[in-house]
Design a protein around this ligand. Structure first.
Ligand code: NAP
Length: 277
């Protein structure tokens, strides 16, 4: 049995689809709201909450492989419960910032989870994706309502990744041999700036979307109300304030692991344009 956490999320949704069609054996998806979850046929819906140990124990019953989206629940408790339940292999979604910006708070937290997993005795595979294409959804309301977006660092290009490519890599490492004890840094196929992302969205909508460049202070004020001050600073650093070679590098890991080219940003736009109408 494979348990997919974050099953209704950006990666989990696609991963369930991949696992359901590849003959991976029994698959269970974890969600806090089973009634809302639209899982592919054959996937077991498992209602549970990381904050509720009894529900986590139920979710892990009979599980041998765990797909874990980090930093949503208490990862130490989740890994402990997984080990006690007899899980053999954990595929952990961490972040590329563990290697590119190890001094930032969120990266330190991810590094701690990675180390916990490696010390836990179960087999492991760590996925370190870069910025998700789906982060563009942060602009959806502003585009729908005002046809304009206020963004900092509009001309910094980053190798944004389609979450479906993270899911495709996760499917391979969960179901095929040769990936245990490996850490994979994952990026998209090209660097794309916020300005280019908005141009792609505007082209798919068939109408203009204007971009207003804003400074770091204004962006920080906006973001910290949702994320908190430290996380807002970290996001601003890794989206333009303090980028480095490691973060800018386009990597071929998706293609090497899955055999298929990583999907470009405009592919994500064409699949998700309804959110911006
Ligand atoms: N966004 C980026 O640019 C980026 C870059 C690098 C790494 N990452 C990492 O990627 C991960 C985010 O993945 P994602 O985008 O797939 O997440 P997501 O779309 O935000 O999904 C979060 C999922 O977590 C579930 N969830 C939330 N609270 C829960 C709880 N208390 N108990 C059980 N499940 C809970 C939600 O399911 P229900 O609502 O159905 O319960 C949802 O499916 C994080 O580990 C992040 O650090 C993100």
């Amino acid at each position: 049995m494979i348990l997919v956490t974050g099953a209704t999320g950006n990666i989990g949704r696609d991963l369930l689809g991949e696992l359901a069609t590849c003959g991976a054996g029994p698959v269970r998806g974890l969600t806090r709201d089973g009634a809302r979850a639209l899982f592919p046929e054959g996937v077991e819906v498992c209602e549970g909450d990381f904050a509720d140990p009894a529900s986590l124990e139920r979710a892990l019953d009979g599980v041998r492989s765990l797909f874990l989206v980090s930093r949503i629940g208490s990862d130490a408790d989740i890994l402990d419960a997984a080990r006690r339940a007899g899980v053999e292999h954990v595929v952990l979604v961490s972040s590329i910032t563990v290697q590119t910006h190890p001094h930032l708070g969120p990266a330190r937290e991810n590094a701690t989870v990675e180390q916990l997993l490696k010390d836990d005795g179960m087999a492991w595979t760590v996925l370190r994706p870069t910025q998700f294409a789906s982060n563009a959804l942060w602009w959806a309301e502003s585009i729908r309502e005002r046809r304009t977006v206020r963004v900092p660092y509009a001309d910094t290009g980053l190798p944004t990744i389609h979450p479906a490519d993270i899911a495709a890599v996760a499917r391979v490492v969960l179901t095929e041999p040769g990936h245990r004890g490996r850490t994979y840094a994952l990026t998209g196929p090209e660097r794309v700036t916020a300005r280019q992302q908005l141009e792609a969205i505007a082209a798919a909508l068939g109408r203009e979307v204007s971009l207003a460049g804003i400074g770091r202070e204004e962006a920080h004020r906006q973001m910290s109300t949702v994320l908190g001050a430290e996380a807002a600073d970290a996001v601003l650093d890794v989206t333009g304030g303090d980028v480095n070679e490691g973060l800018l590098e386009v990597r071929d890991t998706v293609e090497r692991v899955t055999g298929a080219c990583a999907r470009p940003f405009h592919r994500w736009v064409s699949e998700n344009i309804a959110a911006f109408r």
